[in-house]
Write a protein that binds this ligand. Structure first.
Ligand code: NAP
Length: 297
C-alpha cells in the first residue's frame, strides 16, 4: 500500500512513519521486536513546513501527485488551551483541513484514517464511552475535532484516542521528567479520568487496522484508565525520582485555571477495535513505563 501520513513531523506522525514503513517504533524496545510489524508499506509524509492543509488546492495537488491508497490524517491544531483564543484557526485546521484531506482522498479513491479525540465528549459519563455515544465537546479544541469528524464520509475511519505521549515531540511525560530532574514540586489533578496512550502502540494498531479499513468510528487507547496524578507519579517512580514530588489537586482548585475545560471522565471503550481483531492495546502502565525508560536512558 502507498500510505500518506499528514502531521508526519508531529508526536504521533513520527511513530506512524516508522510503523507503516516497517521500522520499529521506539527502536530497541523488545516489545516491538517480535514480528509485530510484518508488512512494510510505501510511506509518504507531509506536514505544515511543506504546505497547510487549510489550503484546499495545495492539499488536492499533493494528494493527487502522491496517489496514496490510504491517508492517515494525524495533522491537527492540538494546542487545547490556546484554541480557546484561536477558535477560527483551530476550526480552519481541524474541520476545513480534514475536509480538504477527505476531498483529496475521494479524488484518488484512497481511504482515510482520521485521528480524533476523547475531548469530543463532555465527561459526564461514568462508564467508558462507546463510539456511537453522543458527543458534546466542552472546549473549542473538542468542538473543532468533532466538526472534523462530521466532514468525513462513512468510508472514513475515525480513530479517537486520548492522552497521547510518545518518544518524539512534546508531551506531558517529558514535562514531568524535566520537572522531576530539577526536583520541582508539582500538582496534578486526581479527579480527571482517562486512558493514557503510547504513540507507538497506537501507530502499531493503525498498521494492523490498515488491512481492514472498517469505516465508522473506533476508539484506540491503551487499556485501563487512570488520573493525571497517578500518571505523573508513575512517571517519577519509573525514572527513579521521588513520586512524592507530585501532589494531588482538584480540578476546581487549579490556579490559574486552564483556559479550556477538560472532560472529567473520558475513558474510551475499545471493544469495537477488539472485535475487528486489532486490539486490545497493551495496558497503559506498562507502556508508560517503557516510554519513561527510553526517555531517561
Ligand atoms: N496528543 C494527544 O494527547 C491527543 C489526544 C487525542 C487525540 N489526538 C489527535 O491525534 C493526532 C496527533 O496528535 P499529536 O499529539 O501527534 O499532535 P502534534 O504533535 O501537535 O502533531 C500535529 C502535527 O500537525 C501539524 N499541523 C498543524 N497544523 C497544520 C496545518 N494547517 N497543515 C498541516 N499540518 C499541520 C503540526 O505542525 P506544527 O507542529 O508545525 O504546528 C504537527 O506536526 C491529532 O489529530 C490529535 O488531535 C491527540
Amino acid at each position: 500500500m502507498r500510505v500518506l501520513i499528514t502531521g508526519a513531523s508531529g508526536q504521533l506522525g513520527t511513530d506512524l512513519l516508522d510503523a507503516f514503513s516497517g521500522r520499529l517504533p521506539m527502536a530497541g524496545d523488545p516489545a516491538y521486536a517480535e514480528g509485530h510489524l510484518s508488512s512494510a508499506h510505501e510511506v509518504i509524509g507531509c506536514d505544515l513546513e511543506q504546505f497547510s492543509l487549510t489550503n484546499a488546492a495545495a492539499t488536492m495537488d499533493f494528494i493527487t501527485r502522491a496517489q496514496p491508497d490510504l491517508i492517515v490524517h494525524g495533522a491537527a491544531y492540538t494546542a487545547v488551551d490556546r484554541a480557546e483564543a484561536e477558535a477560527e484557526l483551530a476550526m480552519a485546521v481541524n474541520r476545513d483541513g480534514t475536509a480538504n484531506v477527505v476531498a483529496g482522498a475521494r479524488a484518488v479513491n484512497a481511504r482515510v484514517f482520521a485521528l480524533s479525540t476523547d475531548y469530543v465528549f463532555d465527561g459526564t459519563a461514568s462508564v467508558p464511552y462507546l463510539p456511537d455515544d453522543h458527543p458534546n465537546p466542552k472546549s473549542v479544541y473538542g468542538a473543532t475535532k468533532l466538526a472534523g469528524e462530521l466532514v468525513c464520509g462513512p468510508e472514513t475511519t475515525i480513530v479517537r484516542t486520548s492522552w497521547v505521549a510518545g518518544y518524539h515531540g512534546h508531551n506531558i511525560v517529558k514535562t514531568i521528567l524535566a520537572l522531576g530532574a530539577k526536583g520541582t514540586p508539582m500538582t496534578f489533578v486526581d479527579d480527571q479520568h482517562g486512558c493514557p496512550t503510547l504513540a507507538a502502540d497506537l501507530a502499531v494498531s493503525l498498521v494492523r487496522l490498515a488491512t481492514i479499513q472498517p469505516g465508522g468510528i473506533v476508539h484506540a487507547t491503551n487499556t485501563g484508565a487512570t488520573t493525571w496524578f497517578t500518571l505523573a507519579r508513575t512517571v517519577l517512580d519509573e525514572a527513579g525520582y521521588d513520586p512524592e514530588m507530585v501532589q494531588p489537586i482538584a480540578t476546581e482548585k487549579r490556579v490559574p485555571a486552564p483556559a479550556a475545560v477538560r472532560p472529567m471522565y473520558s475513558v474510551l471503550d475499545g471493544e469495537a477495535l477488539v472485535a475487528l481483531g486489532v486490539g486490545p492495546l497493551p495496558a497503559w502502565e506498562g507502556s508508560l513505563r517503557r516510554l519513561v525508560r527510553l526517555l531517561v536512558d
